[in-house]
Design a protein around this ligand. Structure first.
Ligand code: DON
Length: 606
């Protein structure tokens, strides 16, 4: 079980920071600045070294796509618990030359041998425990990160993949100093890391404890892996020796004698790796307050759920409402959209996803009309996103949501040409499956537990059951917003199912409440995912607004002070980008959450 690190708990300092206009805020982590304004290009990520890798590539002549790949690959070195070649993700790209938004679906696939019952215990016939299943090599999907990088740079980059990997190779060789955040991330995954000698050797002391703060951590294995990928291309993984090592590790893991965590080996084959393709697919699109909001289509549920909620909110003038009323509408729109997400979104190559219905303003009207004066009781039932969208849907109860958890990261980049990349990527839980591929220096994902383990009731339809080659539903999906055809901002987030609510709340904060993006991002979060209570960060939970929402509207809150067991679910960290015009951009990272992020620009504004 990965517990959320204590670094998440908002400190007294954080409370002060949240109250201060964001532009003037001091960095939370050593050397990290959460906001940077300037020209020539910009990067925001969780980590200073990773953001610097993106800036290095921009300075060498790479574009935003190259910078995103450089940042993601460097993050695989410096925060291997949330990133790296063993995972996957989704890239949303604004191409300045053609004024187009395109997306790359770089989600992991389930091996061909996957079945709907793969996460059922054969002994009991019952679904496995979520955390137990997530600890297993069985939960590892086909690593898709490298295919995504290769696809992105070959289609839209200005440099070869080899050049984009150079900064990460440098960081892996030179090493970096372990900081308190790194230690806490290690602690969150200790039993799983200890279960694998290769993970112990890379990430723990010989005694199996977290590396001490200040330790110079080099990763020559990962430097070599990136070198091999630079030299031979993605085929080294998808049809080569690295792929063989991944399959061997997944199906026949080398385990520490006496460990008891790992009990279910993987079912991956070289054929699964050969079959993998990162696909370009159209973005989702909705109009909101004159903006064109683009995001990720299924198997991501972000574009459809954020889009549906915004369509519902379009029926209210949030800026003119008392703040508590506006937040009540935000929570109820999110609650209803989540019911539809859970009922209808899965991998569209395997199930029919009514995407145009989910994104239709007419369908949203059938959901909006359910919102009255008091909070609905969750789980609310899904609507009927198929035309004709006539009557107001019934307000009944529906299935509860399956657990989702883990962690991820969002990177935003822009360049001097005006391209923008928003890239949410992950190995799922902190530390993924916990297994380091022996000799290659990176952790494997445990993304397959994003599938539902069983339908909501026996025999019921479920769009998100596992199958061979299928991609599990994701919440990852950053947004790029345009006005009159010109990009204005981008936002993306980590945090499992709260990714969607975080993005939605930041958009509402910024667009409706008029907060500058740094303040919109830093503001205390509250997340409603069709659950009995909304998850509230301490500053929100303790606020007068929360009191008003409870007394006037019947909203209920759970305090997010750390791990919300058994889900490890919490509002995650975000990054954002504001296009300022005249070649200037503002990169925005977290000031506090998860130890704070790093925003950098090529040429800082005076
Ligand atoms: O795809 C998803 O939605 C998750 N596997 C992403 C990982 C994540 O953020 C879970 N985090 N809390």
């Amino acid at each position: 079980m990965r517990r959320l690190p204590a670094i998440y708990a908002l400190s007294a300092l954080a409370v002060v920071l949240l109250a201060v206009p964001s532009g003037a805020r001091a960095a939370a982590g050593a050397g990290k600045e959460p906001v940077a304004v300037g020209s020539g290009g910009a990067v925001a990520s969780m980590d200073l070294g990773a953001s610097q890798a993106g800036i290095d590539v921009l300075k060498q002549g790479g574009n935003a796509i190259d910078a995103a790949v450089a940042t993601a690959s460097a993050l695989g070195v410096t925060i291997p618990f949330v990133a790296g070649p063993g995972g996957g993700g989704f890239m949303v790209i604004y191409l300045a030359k053609t004024h187009q938004v395109v997306t790359i679906n770089g989600r992991e696939t389930c091996p061909a041998a996957c079945t709907p019952a793969m996460f059922t215990d054969p002994a009991t016939g019952q679904p496995l425990g979520y955390d137990d299943a997530s600890d297993q090599p069985l939960a590892t999907g086909v690593p898709s990160m490298v295919a995504t990088w290769a696809s992105a740079v070959s289609r839209y980059g200005r440099q070869p993949l080899a050049a984009d990997l150079q900064p990460a190779i440098g960081v892996a060789e030179r090493g970096f100093r372990v900081d308190p955040d790194f230690v806490q991330l290690t602690e969150s995954d200790l039993p799983e890391l200890r279960a694998y000698p290769a993970s112990r050797a890379l990430l723990l002391t010989p005694a199996g404890n977290p590396l001490p703060v200040g330790y110079l951590l080099r990763n020559p294995d990962l430097a070599r892996t990136y070198r091999l990928l630079a030299r031979y291309g993605p085929g080294y993984l998808y049809d080569g020796p690295l792929g063989q090592a991944i399959v061997q590790a997944d199906d026949h893991p080398v385990l520490t004698p006496g460990q008891t965590v790992v009990t279910r080996p993987g079912i991956m084959t070289l054929g699964d790796l050969r079959a993998y393709q990162a696909r370009v697919q159209p973005p989702t699109h909705v109009r909101y307050r004159g903006l064109d909001i683009y995001s990720m289509a299924p198997p991501s549920s972000s574009g459809s759920t954020v889009g549906e909620a915004l369509n519902i909110l379009s029926g209210y003038d949030l800026s003119a409402e008392p703040r508590a009323t506006a937040l009540f509408h935000y929570l109820e729109a999110s609650r209803l959209s989540y019911a539809d997400r859970n009922a209808y979104v899965g991998d569209p190559r395997y199930v029919s996803v009514p995407l145009s219905g989910l994104l239709s303003p007419a369908f949203a009207a059938t959901r909006r009309c359910l919102i009255g004066d008091r909070a609905l009781t969750s789980p609310v039932a899904p609507g009927h996103p198929y035309p004709p969208y006539g009557a107001c849907g019934a307000s009944q109860s529906g299935p509860a949501m399956s657990p989702e958890g883990g962690h991820t990261n969002n990177i935003v980049t822009t360049d001097k040409w005006g391209n923008i990349v928003a890239y949410t990527n992950t190995i799922n839980f902190f530390g993924g499956s916990g297994q380091t591929v022996p000799g290659y220096g990176f952790l494997l994902n445990n993304e397959m537990t994003d599938f539902d383990f069983a339908p909501p009731s026996p025999g019921a339809y479920d769009p998100n059951l596992p199958a061979g080659g299928k991609q599990p539903r994701s919440s990852m999906g950053p947004v790029i917003a345009l006005r009159d055809g010109q990009p204005v901002f981008s936002v993306g987030a980590a945090g499992g199912s709260t990714i969607i609510t975080t993005i939605l709340q930041i958009i509402v904060n910024h667009v409706d409440f008029g907060m500058p993006l740094p303040a919109a991002l830093a503001a205390p979060r509250v997340s409603q995912t069709n659950s009995a209570t909304s998850l509230a960060e301490p500053d929100f939970y303790d606020s007068a607004l929360a009191g008003q929402l409870a007394s006037e509207f019947g909203e209920k809150f759970t305090l997010a002070t750390g791990p919300i067991l058994p889900l490890d679910n919490y509002p995650g960290d975000a990054t954002a980008l504001q296009v300022l015009g005249h070649g200037q951009a503002e990169a925005i990272a977290e000031p506090v959450r998860l130890g704070g992020g790093s925003a950098l620009v090529v040429r800082p504004a005076p």
